[in-house]
Design a protein around this ligand. Structure first.
Ligand SMILES: Cc1ncc(COP(=O)(O)O)c(C=O)c1O
Length: 510
């Protein structure tokens, strides 16, 4: 044995693996920490005031100062590493799983997914190519089929998991470009000399989600390609206006290729008339993409079937499993009614990726169906969660979140100092405004105070909510997406907002 090889075998790193008992002991310590963490977010902990605040309200520079040490030269003990987890990371974390975390649109923790992540990492398959992930690929395919079935979409659709709704939307628009442009965009790009006018996509002007801005920029279409169609008072797209805009744009030599339907808009959870959008798309030979990042899973609820009519007709549907399905980041999902459209857009050839001839062991290569080559096994946590809770479990949870949003709407309607800015919510997203009678009409002041109200709620660590703008005015916005949130949390948060509002009103002008 050369001295080099001998040295390599003595290395404490990577090889050999730890003895099983030692690894198990490490794992148990980590699992214990996770279990303690969940206990800290439990109802009793929240009621007794021992739960951590949803938001740490520590200044960013103070947190940055905790993470300035040099890269470790020598191995460190698990004790030291876990001590930092408990003493530095956790106390300065936002707790998205907290029952009073209402920020962004965050899933709040399917415990089985945490275990799924560990299992997925242990096998560490690469879901790009079949040969690096045979059973894992089939788990992903089955999960896609289950999701499609559950929301009433074509179960033979194609689909895959991506980092999130943004990448799902980017991918959908790229497929739509390939499907609908009259030239081969994959080969010639956007610069084909015989290309007609600007390629354009259409969506409601209310809450045109920023992921589509990202999509048109990334895909080289440019922001001007994103055409914003007027919406109705209930925030859904005005389909007649869309038709007129399409006529005008075509007359201006533009090339419409895609219509986007909101399936749960980010501030108010609006669901467009999907059937009507599908009709327009068919009549004009356009791609119809349904952005259901927040809401498409609502189609699992039979009582909401009317709202989701037409979803099954979309050429593609996106949703985020890391939102309402509660699995940890990252887990965006794209379903595409005709899998061949994905292949037509993304199929790759490279000698080092594929065997020179197909064999009986050739399976589906996801790198032919989406933008990524190497891919993690995001599907496993969704697969295990669906099995663990069952569709029925999810339906119960969805109903609970919607009931909380409706309850908040009722509180707003019943109070003098708040005003509704949207109809009764259909989903779990809800925006409303603090507007005491003495300040109504003074929009600039109300904007300022609504922002201060949310900031104060955060810094007092009572709950984490955020503001947004509806019709240009600052409003409160809650995403009630947690299985831990109950009506009591909504009541407590609303009461706290009310109290802060009163204080702001009584405070001398700053
Ligand atoms: C309607 C809508 N589309 C797309 C996205 C983007 O999703 P992600 O943040 O997972 O990229 C979001 C995120 O909240 C959303 O609400």
């Amino acid at each position: 044995m050369s001295s080099d090889t001998h040295q390599a075998n003595q290395s404490p790193f990577l090889s050999p693996d730890l003895p099983p008992a030692e690894f198990q002991a490490m794992g148990r310590r980590v699992i214990d920490l996770i279990a303690e963490y969940y206990a800290s977010l439990a109802r009793e902990a929240v009621d007794m005031g021992t739960a951590p605040p949803a938001f740490p309200a520590v200044r960013p520079a103070e947190i940055a100062a905790m993470f300035t040490g040099p890269a470790p030269e020598r191995p460190e003990s698990l004790d030291a590493i876990l001590a930092d987890w408990s003493n530095t990371i956790l106390p300065n974390a936002s707790h998205l799983g907290h029952p009073r975390w209402f920020g962004f649109v965050n899933g709040t923790g399917s415990q089985i997914s945490v275990l799924a992540e560990a299992l997925a990492a242990s096998l560490d398959p690469n879901l790009g190519g079949f040969r690096a992930s045979p059973s894992a690929t089939e788990v992903e395919r089955q999960t896609i089929r289950w999701c499609a079935e559950l929301i009433g979409y074509n179960p033979d659709c194609g689909g895959l998991f991506l980092s999130g709704g943004t990448m799902a939307n980017v991918t959908a628009i790229r497929i739509a470009m390939q499907a609908k442009a009259s030239w081969d965009i994959g080969r010639d790009g956007l610069q084909s000399p015989d290309r007609p006018g600007r390629l354009t996509i259409y969506m409601a002007d209310h809450e045109t989600h920023v992921s589509f801005v990202r999509a048109v920029e990334l895909l080289g279409l440019g922001r001007a390609a994103l055409r914003q169609v007027p919406s109705h008072a209930d925030f859904t797209i005005d389909v007649a206006a869309l038709d007129r805009m399409l006529d005008d744009d075509i007359a201006q030599d533009m090339t419409p290729f895609c219509i986007i339907g909101h399936v749960g808009s980010i501030n108010v959870g609006a669901i467009d008339d999907l059937d009507a959008l599908a009709d327009v798309a068919v009549r004009r030979d356009l791609w119809f993409h349904a952005d259901g990042a927040c809401g498409a899973l609502g189609a699992m609820l039979p009582e909401m079937s009317k709202a989701f009519r037409g979803l099954s007709r979309a050429g593609s549907v996106s949703f985020d499993a890391h939102k309402w399905l509660g699995v940890p980041y990252e887990a965006g999902c794209l379903l595409v009614r005709e899998p061949e459209m994905m292949r037509a857009t993304f199929a790759l050839t490279a000698a080092y990726l594929l065997p020179s001839a197909t064999s009986e062991y050739s399976g589906l290569n996801y790198f032919d169906y989406g933008p990524q080559l190497s891919r993690s096994w995001r599907a496993l946590k969704v697969w295990m969660s669906l099995r663990h809770y069952g569709a029925e479990g999810y339906r119960t949870f969805f109903r609970q979140t919607i009931a909380c949003a409706k309850h908040l709407h009722a509180l707003v309607l019943a109070s003098d100092d708040f005003e509704a800015v949207q109809p009764e919510p259909e989903l779990y997203l809800y925006s409303f405004r603090w507007a005491p009678p003495s300040l109504r009409g003074d929009d600039a002041r109300l904007d300022e105070l609504n922002q201060r109200l949310t900031d104060e709620l955060q810094s007092r660590r009572l709950a984490f909510a955020m503001t947004t703008r509806i019709h240009g005015r600052v409003t409160q916005r809650l995403s009630i997406c947690s299985h831990r949130t109950t009506i009591a949390d909504i009541d407590a948060t609303f009461a706290a907002m009310r109290e802060i509002g009163q204080e702001l009103l009584n405070a001398p002008p700053s």
